[in-house]
Design a binder for this molecule. Structure first.
Ligand SMILES: Nc1nc2c(ncn2[C@@H]2O[C@H](COP(=O)(O)OP(=O)(O)OP(=O)(O)O)[C@@H](O)[C@H]2O)c(=O)[nH]1
Length: 325
């Protein structure tokens, strides 16, 4: 009995993976129940079922619209068919309007009575992807302040840097450092120091104006703010407001030579990134300005006007046009 077609079909129909078998022209020759159910649930069932449908043509049509799955699936299946053996796997998102969903497609070649067939399975891997996503999110958050950490900042800066090069846009970056933070720890204890960092992080969060702005804990008592597509002239007031926001928290730091409450200093720089330059050029420029703000007495912003968009090298020689207490 277990050799019978009916028994094997029932077995394959009980699998939760969606299964389709196509021949070497891409023509669908078999589908299991999970495949049919998925088609019905997601409105991608043809009126006549799957008979006569060509899987490769479906992928080609999707690829022609620029669909990422269509492009990758087509490329992988064609390579597998050319090689005549092996397995092709592809993980792809298949999100609906209200559903986050990932699948893994596996394509395997087999022969039956001298004819080539390709077994395609689609397995739901959403749970695994959600777990990976959660781990990756956690790895990018600072454990104390719950804002993005240095790793997240590095990734953001790299991609924003490339985007700015492509679009010829300016990129501004502010380094913000709490003044005499060691005195907070020494005077009130490490716990109060931690609370101070958390409150400062809240100020950064509250001052985010546009989705493209990005902030992170850079390390220790230093924070970073990135403003895509903006010059220092555009955003220096925002950074001034950040420093005011930190002062207005009125967190005590009685031993600070600057004042009774916690203050911060900032360096704000802008570059028009160019191919061949490294994002570090922008960090170094902001760091030099932060050093300047500290040297000038702290509790202030030092910033430079943007370099000319056609400048050939990262400028160091622009004079500061503002450094105010
Ligand atoms: N509570 C707490 N302290 C931290 C943390 N990370 C770094 N620090 C402390 O931050 C202090 C930084 O001290 P310094 O680098 O001397 O800088 P500063 O006292 O802020 O002085 P200036 O930056 O020159 O104004 C050190 O005492 C570090 O121990 C943290 O996560 N929590």
């Amino acid at each position: 009995m277990i050799d019978s077609y009916g028994f094997l079909k029932l077995t394959i129909d009980s699998l939760s993976e969606q299964i389709v078998v196509m021949d070497s022209t891409g023509l669908i020759r078999f589908v299991n129940q999970a495949w049919v159910d998925f088609g019905l649930e997601n409105g991608c069932m043809t009126p006549v079922g799957w008979d006569g449908v060509n899987y490769l043509r479906v992928c080609e049509a999707a690829a022609a619209t620029g669909d990422g799955f269509g492009v990758s699936a087509l490329h992988g299946i064609r390579r597998l068919m050319a090689d005549g053996c092996g397995t092709f796997t592809l993980e792809y998102p298949c999100h609906g309007p209200n559903v986050f969903r990932w699948f893994m497609m596996t394509v395997k070649h087999f022969k039956h009575l001298d004819e080539n067939f390709y077994l395609v399975t689609h397995r739901d891997i959403t749970k695994r992807k959600q777990a990976e996503e959660a781990v990756s999110q956690l790895a990018r958050l600072d454990g104390l302040t719950n804002i993005p950490n240095r790793r997240a900042f590095n990734d953001f800066l790299d991609s924003e840097w490339s985007r700015s090069i492509r679009q010829g846009q300016p990129l501004s970056l502010a380094l913000i450092d709490i003044d005499h933070f060691k005195l907070v720890n020494d005077t009130y204890g490490h716990q109060r120091g931690d609370e101070c960092l958390e409150r400062v992080a809240e100020v950064l969060r509250a001052h985010r104006k546009r989705p493209s702005d990005f902030f992170a804990r850079y390390g220790g008592e230093e924070f970073v703010y990135v403003f895509g597509g903006s010059t220092s002239e555009d955003v220096h007031l925002v950074v001034q407001q950040l420093l005011s926001g930190i002062r207005e928290l009125a967190l005590p730091n009685v031993k600070s030579p600057v004042g009774r409450f916690v203050t911060a200093s900032a360096g704000l720089a802008t570059l028009y990134p160019k191919a061949g330059w490294k994002p570090n050029a922008l960090i170094e420029a902001a760091d030099a300005l932060l050093y300047e703000a500290k040297s000038l007495g702290r509790n202030q912003l030092a910033w430079r006007a943007a370099n000319h968009p056609h400048a050939e090298t990262p400028p160091k020689a622009n004079l500061p046009i503002d450094a105010r207490p």
